[in-house]
Design a binder for this molecule. Structure first.
Ligand SMILES: Nc1nc2c(ncn2[C@@H]2O[C@H](COP(=O)(O)OP(=O)(O)OP(=O)(O)O)[C@@H](O)[C@H]2O)c(=O)[nH]1
Ligand SMILES: [Mg+2]
Length: 216
């Protein structure tokens, strides 16, 4: 059972996080870096989205990454292979990155050599919603293989997004999912923003994501 005390501790933690997030934002802006917080379900395509974006924009922009994982540095090493500066952050038991961890990541990155920073958050649709990191844009990516009710089951995180991506539409039929229903659910939760249907496998929808980056 929650007590008033629990709730006020939670509030203090979020307020302290917000302050650190504002500091991170100031640091990023000092260096002219645009930062994207990539949130989403486990296995929805966060790392592949960033890898493909590095493939598309890596010759024109200086891209860096922060990869949040509970343990190990598997995603960080995927980005490293593409020759960009990467910091892997392990959250241990925590199911989200927070502004303090990102501050640490920023202190280790060559900020004067970056134009764009991708922050891959820990895969889930609950905890990352509350924690701002200092990012300029918040992206939530889910895929049809999580079930076409995944959006309506997690309204909070979708309501905080600047862009929602419904990925893996190439396998929608095989997993019996209605991608258009997911788009409709996302638009009901967050009518102000774009919802993109995407397949990172076939490339469908990817140009619109690149346009979003240019507009950010
Ligand atoms: N068919 C299909 N597979 C995809 C697509 N996008 C990603 N995948 C596959 O889905 C799997 C997970 O992709 P990742 O990019 O590692 O997913 P992630 O969200 O980073 O996963 P975590 O970091 O573990 O939460 C990989 O096997 C990808 O190849 C897609 O559009 N279509
Ligand atoms: Mg990943």
């Amino acid at each position: 059972m929650h007590t008033t005390e629990d709730i006020s501790i939670g509030y203090d933690v979020l307020e302290a996080n917000k302050k650190l997030a504002r500091n991170n934002r100031t640091t990023l802006e000092k260096y002219g870096i645009t930062a994207f917080n990539i949130m989403g379900a486990i296995g929805s395509g966060k790392t592949l989205l960033i890898e493909k974006t590095i493939g598309r924009l890596g010759d024109s922009y200086r891209i860096g990454a922060i990869a949040g994982d509970v343990v190990a540095r598997l995603d960080a090493s995927r980005f490293e292979k593409l020759g960009i500066p990467v910091i892997g952050l392990n959250t241990g038991k925590e199911c989200h990155l927070d502004a303090h961890l990102v501050e640490h990541g920023l202190s280790k990155l060559p900020l004067d050599k970056l134009d764009i920073l991708f922050i891959e958050n820990v895969g889930n649709l609950i905890c990352p919603a509350d924690f701002e990191l200092g990012e300029h844009k918040r992206i939530v990516i889910v895929s049809v293989s999580e079930g076409d009710d995944i959006v309506e089951k997690h309204p909070l995180i979708f309501s905080t997004a600047d862009l929602i991506i419904i990925n893996k539409i190439d396998i929608a039929e095989a997993v019996n999912a209605d991608a258009d229903k997911m788009v409709r659910d996302a638009r009901i939760i967050n009518p102000r923003i774009d919802v993109l249907k995407m397949s990172l496998k076939t490339g469908e929808g990817f140009d619109k994501w690149v346009e979003f980056i240019f507009m950010a």
